[in-house]
Structure formats: C-alpha cells, structure tokens
Design a protein around this ligand. Structure first.
Ligand code: HSE
Length: 414
C-alpha cells in the first residue's frame, strides 16, 4: 500500500480523488501496488467533508508523515505551492503537480531538488490537460533534435475564438461559457492575455532544449484585440486566428519564443483544433512533425494526467525517472523582433486605394484582402516575410502618410 496526500480540493483535486476511487482496481493492477489517499489538504471548512477523516488544514501533518510517499499538488498558484512542494521533495517524497505556474517559474529548481533527493517531480498535467506531451517529449522523442514546437495551449481562448469564428459569438458570452464549464483559470485574465499559454510554452521549451525559459522572458500577447473584422479577413485569406505558443532554437544557440494570436492556414493541422481542444506540433529532425491533440482543460482530462503520474511515481519509488533541465540565463532568449515572418495588417485611411498603393511600395509582396460590408476607409493586406522590427519600421512610415493601423497579426507557419 502506498500512502498519498492530495494538496488542493478544487476542480482538479476533486477529479483526482474521483479517478482514484472510480478506477481503483485497474490502477492497482497497473501500479502493482494499492494506493491510498491518507490526506486531502484543504483551505476552507467542509460542514460534511467527504472522504471521512482525510481532510486536514495542516501541511505540517503531511510533510512530517513518513508514511506519505507521494504528494499531489493541485492547489494552483505559486504561493504557498512552491514552498510546500519544495519541502515535500526535501523530505524525500515524490511530487506530482498540474500547476503550470509553478513549473514554469520554478521547474529547474524543483527538478534539481528532486534529483538531489532521489525522488520524482512529475508534471504531465501542467501542459495540454489530458494530452500526453511531457512524457512523449522527454522519452519517446528522445532520439530527435527538436527543431521547434508550436501549439494551441489554452483551452479557454481556443473555445472563445472557435465560437467567434463559428457563430459570430460575442467575446464576453464565450468567456462566461468557458468559465461555467470549468476551463478558465480562477482569474481568466491569465487565459485571455496569453499568460497561461506562455507558462506552458516555457515548460515545453525548457524540456525541448534542456534549459529553463522563464515566462518574463517571453513576449506575450492575448486575444482581447481580435475583432470580428479580423475573423472575416482571416476567413477570406483562407485560415483562422489561433492563440499560438511557439519556440525554436536559432543558429546562435538562443531560442526564439513567442505567444500571440496568429493567422493559421486552413491547410495546417492546427487550424482544425477547435473548442476546448489543444494541439501541439513537435518538429523533430528525425520524426518530422508529430501532432498531439486532445482536451487541454477541464476536471477529468487533467485528473487523468495527474493520476498517470501518480502511477509512474508508485512504479518508480526507488528508481528516479530522468526528467531534468538546468537553470536559465538572461541572454538565452532572442529578441522576438528578430523573427522573420509575414504579417496581416488592418488599417484605415481617407483614400484606401492610395493608402494600399503606399503600403505595397513599403511591403514587398503585399496582397490586399477584402470582406463584405467593410466600413468606408477600412483596408487590410498581408505582407511578404520580413524581420518583425522591419515591419514595425515600415508601419511607422505608413502611419506618417496619414494611415491609421488598427490591427496587426503575425502569420504562422505550422
Ligand atoms: N485555463 C486553462 C485552459 C486550464 O483554459 O487551458 C488548463 O491549463
């Protein structure tokens, strides 16, 4: 019998307890040991607590109980989760977490402590909810040099964008629905401003290249500025708008990493990743493109990944799994304005034809887009590829010839 503690009893915590109870026989068979939840750490009072006798408000009781071998952290947030996880690892307990904020900020540190104390620190659920991605990247694709990773990593924003494209839905209504379904973060700003996707691409980048990339090093833009006009122009162009997290290694040895809305061609597999689903494309030098697809948020998909990690910990109580990356450094991330891409621009001017003529002079390969019922004075176009800083410079020149730029979206290549 292996004793487990679960810290947190929110959406994911209740899911974990349910899966452990529901699939108890199968899990025992797979882990070759019975698992027993000895404690559930909660912050509030439960008048009639389920799981009689397991609820505690005392972290000290958990960390000081030598019988507890595996601790599941599903509290979310950085504090007190970081301190608790750290102390559990130092006390020789393996830890499983779904907490992407924690792994993105402190992954290297916690992996080092786990290594030093010969225990496991596993976090499959921190990226892509129920989609297996951490283990496939660290084990199944280990023979490859990763050329790049690009993905739709946030279920809430993908749900919102899908509703905007499919039903012309209002942003606020779609967000409220995503919250009701339990997809969104406690503070949905982290979803819609791209921070959640940023944390996830940081974890994948750290894993892919063996060195920590911290969220504050990543240029991050959310989806709040995407309009109905952009949706219509994107459709005319032959694609959709998706919130993409992307990383690749460049020749200098640095990484190029960004989170932002991108125009994705209908031909791309990522363009069909809709609703709460996530899709992650890993480009290996040997495999070529491998795509991972599934439910990226929600109670049960996330619980599925957490429980799988618990089983892995049970099977490796005395043998460490090799999952590790080193600390990052301030100069490791290239300036995002160096990246070479094509862009979509939406603007307005008194005379659109003249303004587009000027744009075409400035932007080689400019191609005009149209949409039904565009208001007078509005025009849009796509550019040829250029470094982002050059695009910014040319946009300034365009603005100085009496054009107002209302929107710019990067065009993805995945
Ligand atoms: N809020 C997150 C999402 C939950 O919508 O993807 C899963 O990390």
């Amino acid at each position: 019998m292996v004793e487990i503690a679960v810290m947190g009893y929110g959406v994911v915590g209740t899911g974990v307890i349910e899966v452990l109870a529901k699939h108890s026989d199968g899990l025992t068979r797979r882990a070759h040991e019975q698992m027993h939840v000895k404690y559930v750490l909660v912050r509030r009072d439960f008048p009639e607590p389920p799981l009689m006798g397991t609820f505690t408000k005392s972290f000290e009781q958990i960390v000081n109980d030598a019988e507890v071998k595996i601790v599941v952290e599903v509290m979310g947030g950085l504090h007190p989760a970081y301190d608790y996880v750290r102390r559990c690892l130092l006390a020789g307990k393996s830890v499983v977490t779904s907490n992407k904020e924690l792994v993105a900020a402190k992954g290297a540190d916690l992996l080092q402590i786990a290594k030093d104390h010969n225990v496991n620190f596993l976090f499959e659920a921190s990226v892509g909810g129920g989609i297996p991605i951490i283990r496939p990247m660290s084990q199944c694709l280990a023979a490859n040099v990763v050329i790049g990773v690009a993905g739709i990593l946030n279920g809430t924003t993908n749900y919102i964008l899908t509703k905007m494209f499919r039903n012309g839905a209002d942003f606020k209504d779609a967000l409220a629905e995503a919250q009701r379904l339990g997809y969104a973060e406690r503070d949905p700003t982290a979803d819609i401003e791209g921070l959640d996707a940023c944390r996830k691409i940081c974890i994948l980048a750290s894993l892919a290249y063996g060195k920590h990339v911290y969220p504050e090093q990543v240029h991050t833009e959310g989806i709040t500025k995407i309009t109905k006009a952009d949706v219509e122009y994107a459709e005319k162009w032959g694609g959709v708008v998706k919130l993409i997290g992307e990383v690749k290694r460049v020749e200098s040895g640095k990484v190029q990493i960004i989170v932002c809305p991108m125009l994705v061609d209908r031909e791309s597999q990522l363009s069909n990743v809709d609703d709460v689903f996530n899709g992650i494309m890993v480009r290996g030098d040997i495999t070529g493109d491998v795509v991972f697809y599934g439910k990226g948020a929600g109670k049960m998909p996330t619980a599925s990944a957490v429980v799988a990690d618990v089983i892995d910990c049970v099977k490796h109580l005395k043998a460490r799994k090799y999952l590790y990356w080193s600390d990052g450094s301030p100069d490791y991330v290239e300036d995002y304005r160096e990246a070479v891409r094509a862009f979509y621009i939406r603007a307005h001017a008194v005379n659109c034809d003249n303004a587009f003529e000027k744009a075409a002079e400035l932007f080689p390969g400019a191609s005009r887009l149209t949409r039904k019922n565009a208001p007078a004075g509005e025009f849009a176009f796509t550019t040829g590829k250029m470094p982002e800083k050059e695009c910014d410079r040319k946009l300034q020149q365009l603005v100085s010839s009496s054009v107002t730029v209302d929107g710019r979206i990067r065009i993805g290549e995945m």
